[in-house]
Ligand binder design. Structure first.
Ligand code: AMP
Ligand code: MG
Length: 337
């Protein structure tokens, strides 16, 4: 073998996909990173209490260190070990929605490294609802910091294969738990001084679902991404395909991009006059949860077609449809960069 090739082989870490919780546990206990399945999207997990592992997460993703990480625990008792205080409304919502796609922004205990929260005194924490990851978390005596397992700025992964596409050679192991059931990131909520709920990011649990449990309206958190880079889940440079994407009424967009190579992401129906292989109908039966589950895979597939533009239908602005529109809107915001 050529000398350079030997060197390359030595620095290249082989990434294995498997279903072995013990193997995942072994790597995590040794400060390594593992791709883990959750019901939202796949996470890039490391020991949240080990600063070296946390640094590896930022490096592998190429994620700016001012962008804080969500930490994952296996039970509510474990969650309480890492936060100073739990508002009554947090507990009420947890009883209903956890394990599940709801992240709580709560005052952190000192044991959580500042690096995880980008210096904030609040930590984002949740209990993911996936059998493999729940048993992994319950077998560990530390929480897992786990942002989405994709290079910073690209579309979040919803299968083990997506993780491999973005992080091959950068992590030793991906725990394969099948396609993510929800397919969108978690909803993030925090609390104001009076312990009322503030919505930081739309996601797998809709505002309506939260309001139904609380029997009151919830407000959006007022944050300026420029002034508060730590809440940068709201920065626009997220979730974006490389191909320019436009969201709106498909028939009108189609006229606007006449003569261009077009791919289409629509809710329930195909569009006349466009090659079927370039069309992705997210839910023929009109089910928003099913559409959410298929969204990121459709974005990846349309991106691979190397067309001029992706045209995405605006979804009904209700329930999880709002989270779908939020992600498509963020992708569109990347066009001008
Ligand atoms: P990701 O795990 O890639 O879906 O992104 C995590 C997102 O959660 C961040 O970009 C922030 O928007 C939000 N987040 C995590 N931790 C905090 C925190 N301590 N304060 C405010 N927002 C947070
Ligand atoms: Mg992400």
């Amino acid at each position: 073998m050529h000398k350079a090739a030997i060197f390359a082989a030595e620095i290249f870490m082989q990434t294995i996909i498997g279903e072995d919780i013990e193997k995942a546990r072994h790597y995590l206990m040794n400060g390594e990173l593992v791709g883990i399945p959750t019901e939202t999207v796949y996470g890039l997990a490391g020991n949240a209490l080990d600063e070296n592992a946390v640094v590896k997460i930022f490096e592998a993703k190429n994620r700016p260190s001012f962008n804080p990480l969500i930490i994952h625990v296996g039970s509510w008792q474990m969650l309480e070990k890492y936060v100073e205080h739990v508002p009554a409304k947090a507990k009420l919502l947890a009883d209903k929605f956890t394990p599940g796609p709801l992240t709580f922004l709560l005052p952190k205990k000192n044991t959580v490294p500042d690096m995880v929260t980008a210096g904030s005194d609040k930590v984002a924490i949740r209990i993911p609802n996936h059998p493999l990851t729940l048993s992994l978390l319950k077998s560990l005596d530390f929480p897992l910091a786990a942002p989405s397992a994709n290079p910073f700025g690209y579309i979040s992964p919803t299968t083990a294969q997506h993780v491999l596409e973005g992080l091959e050679g950068k992590i030793p192991y991906i725990l394969d738990g099948g396609a993510a059931n929800v397919g969108l990131e978690s909803t993030i909520i925090g609390f104001d001084e009076r312990e009322n709920v503030l919505l930081y990011r739309t996601g797998g649990i809709s505002a309506e679902q939260i309001e139904e449990v609380l029997k009151e309206k919830i407000a959006a958190a007022q944050i300026s991404p420029q002034k508060n880079p730590e809440t940068s889940g709201r920065l626009k440079s997220h979730y974006a395909p490389h191909t320019p994407l436009y969201i709106g009424n498909i028939d009108e967009l189609k006229k606007q991009f006449d003569g261009k190579q077009i791919a289409i992401i629509s809710f329930t129906r195909q569009i006349d006059g466009i090659d079927e292989n370039r069309q992705f109908v997210l839910s023929p039966s009109g089910n928003l949860a099913e559409a959410a589950k298929n969204l990121f895979t459709a974005l990846r597939l349309t991106d691979k077609l190397k067309v001029d533009v992706i045209l995405a239908e605006k979804f009904p602005d209700e329930g999880i449809g709002r989270a779908i529109n939020d992600r498509l809107g963020k992708a569109q915001a990347e066009n001008k960069k």
